[in-house]
Design a binder for this molecule. Structure first.
Ligand SMILES: Cc1cc2nc3c(=O)[nH]c(=O)nc-3n(C[C@H](O)[C@H](O)[C@H](O)COP(=O)(O)OP(=O)(O)OC[C@H]3O[C@@H](n4cnc5c(N)ncnc54)[C@H](O)[C@@H]3O)c2cc1C
Length: 382
C-alpha cells in the first residue's frame, strides 16, 4: 500500500452495522473501504442471534434455510414463572452467514473489504480523517465508526461518553432436552437476573444459546445458577462455547455525527435498551449512515450539518430506543412481586410494545386502570 490511500467512505468494523454501511455507501457509487480487525467477516462476538422477520427485510437478505436456523415464537416468564406467550414468529439466524451475505452485497456494489486489519488510531487532518492500521494510513472523506462498544473511532474523535453497558455472558449448550424447542424464552426477576434477564434460545432441539445480562452482580455466577434451575433440560448439557461481552443498553450517546464522521451500531448505543437487541437497529443505522455519507461526498459537503441528515433517516429508531429506555428505567424499579403482578396484566402485544419501544403510551394507559401498577409503573411510562 502507498503511504496514504484515499477513499470517499471508510467504515471501521465488519459487524451488522459496518457491513450495512459499506453496502449503502458503495451502492451510491462512491469508493468505500471496510476494515475488520479479525481474520473473518463473521459474528466475532457472542450473540443470541434472535431477530424479528423484519430484520432480514431491512437487510435485504432472503430468509433462506442457510441463514434462518430456526423459526420461533417467544415465551416470557415472571419471577414466579408466570408464563406469557408471544405468538409472533421470529428467527434464530446464523449471524455469521447473515453478516457475510450483507458483506457480499457490499462487495458486489464495489466496496473494498480488508480483513485482519485493525484500526489503531484516527486523527483529523484538514478536512479529512486519517485512519491508521498496521499496514499503513488511509484518508477518508467520511469515516463511519461501526467498531462496537469499545470503539477506537469514537476515541479518535475525542468522544469520551460511552453508552451504559450491561455485562452479558452466554453458553452455547449441546445435548439439551429442550421442553420448548420452538420458543425463545426470556426469564425476568431480581433473583434470576437483576437489572437484566436470562434467556434460552434454541438452535435446534438439542442445541441452545443460554445466556444472561446482569447489572450489579457477577453475570457468570447468575448464569450458572440459572442453568442449575433447569436440570431436567440442561442437566446433561455440555458447553460448546462460553463468551461474554457488554451490551450498550443506556440509549444513544449525545453526539454520533461529526464533521466528516459518524458512529453507528453498538459504538453509538443503537440498541433497543429493554431487550438488548441490536442487530436490526445496527443494520438500519449502518444503511442510513452509509447512504448519507455517500451523498455528502457526492455533494462535496461532509460537514456535521450535512451528515446530520442521518438523524432524519434514523428518526424512527431513535424514538424507539428512547421509549424502550423509558420502559426499562420504569421496570428496573419494580420488585419481583410487582413483575409477577405485571405478568397477569400484560398481553403479548403489550409486552412487544413495551420491549421494543413502540406504543408505550397505550400500555401505560392500560396500566393506569390497575390499583398498584398505576402508581408504580404507568405514570413513569407516560
Ligand atoms: C451475549 C449477547 C447476546 C446478544 N443477543 C442478541 C440477539 O439475540 N439479538 C439481537 O438483535 N442482538 C443481540 N445482541 C446485540 C448485538 O450482538 C449487537 O447489538 C450487534 O452485533 C451490534 O452490531 P455492530 O455492528 O454495531 O457491532 P459489533 O457486532 O460489535 O461489530 C463490531 C465489529 O468491529 C470490529 N472492530 C472492533 N474494533 C475494530 C478496530 N479497531 N479495527 C477494525 N475492526 C474493529 C469487531 O471485530 C466487530 O467485527 C447480543 C449481544 C451480546 C453480547
Amino acid at each position: 500500500m502507498s503511504a496514504r490511500t484515499g477513499y470517499d467512505v471508510i467504515v471501521v468494523g465488519g459487524g451488522p452495522a459496518g457491513v450495512s454501511a459499506a453496502k449503502a455507501a458503495a451502492r451510491e457509487g462512491v469508493s468505500a473501504l471496510l476494515l475488520e480487525k479479525y481474520p473473518t467477516i463473521m459474528a466475532n462476538k457472542p450473540c443470541g442471534e434472535a431477530v424479528s422477520k423484519e430484520t432480514l427485510a431491512t437487510a435485504e437478505v432472503k430468509p433462506s434455510p442457510r441463514i434462518v436456523m430456526h423459526e420461533a415464537y417467544a415465551l416470557v416468564y415472571s419471577p414466579s414463572m408466570i408464563e406469557v406467550e408471544i405468538p409472533q414468529i421470529g428467527y434464530n439466524i446464523n449471524k455469521s452467514l447473515f453478516i457475510q451475505e450483507i458483506a457480499a452485497q457490499a462487495a458486489e456494489y464495489g466496496a473494498d473489504i480488508h480483513v485482519r486489519e485493525e484500526v489503531t488510531s484516527v486523527a483529523r487532518e484538514n478536512n479529512h480523517l486519517l485512519v491508521r492500521t498496521a499496514r499503513g494510513v488511509y484518508v477518508a472523506k467520511v469515516l463511519i465508526g461501526a467498531d462496537g462498544y469499545n470503539s477506537t473511532v469514537a476515541r479518535g474523535l475525542g468522544v469520551a461518553e460511552r453508552p451504559e453497558p450491561i455485562p452479558t455472558v452466554q453458553y452455547i449448550m449441546a445435548n439439551c432436552r429442550l421442553k420448548h424447542p420452538d420458543a425463545v424464552r426470556f426469564y425476568l426477576g431480581n433473583r434470576i437476573a437483576p437489572g437484566g434477564y436470562a434467556w434460552i434460545f434454541p438452535r435446534s432441539e438439542r442445541l441452545a444459546e443460554v445466556g444472561i445480562g446482569v447489572r450489579g452482580g457477577v453475570a457468570k455466577e447468575y448464569l450458572d445458577r440459572f442453568v442449575s434451575l433447569f436440570s431436567d433440560e440442561l442437566g446433561n448439557a455440555k458447553i460448546l462455547d462460553y463468551r461474554g461481552a457488554p451490551v450498550p443498553i443506556g440509549g444513544v450517546i449525545s453526539e454520533t455525527v461529526f464533521d466528516g464522521a459518524m458512529l453507528v451500531g453498538d459504538a453509538a448505543g443503537h440498541v433497543i435498551p429493554l431487550t438488548g437487541a441490536g442487530i436490526h437497529s445496527s443494520v438500519a443505522a449502518g444503511l442510513a449512515a452509509g447512504k448519507v455519507a455517500a451523498k455528502a461526498v457526492l455533494e462535496e459537503d461532509t460537514s456535521k450539518q450535512r451528515l446530520s441528515e442521518f438523524y432524519k433517516l434514523y428518526d424512527g429508531w431513535l424514538t424507539r430506543i428512547r421509549k424502550s429506555l423509558k420502559a426499562m428505567r420504569a421496570l428496573e424499579k419494580l420488585s419481583d412481586e410487582d413483575l409477577d403482578t405485571l405478568a397477569h396484566v400484560l398481553k403479548a402485544d403489550d409486552i412487544l410494545d413495551l420491549a421494543n419501544g413502540l406504543d408505550v403510551a397505550r400500555v401505560a394507559k392500560k396500566l393506569l386502570a390497575h390499583p398498584i401498577l398505576a402508581m408504580k409503573l404507568a405514570r413513569s411510562l407516560l
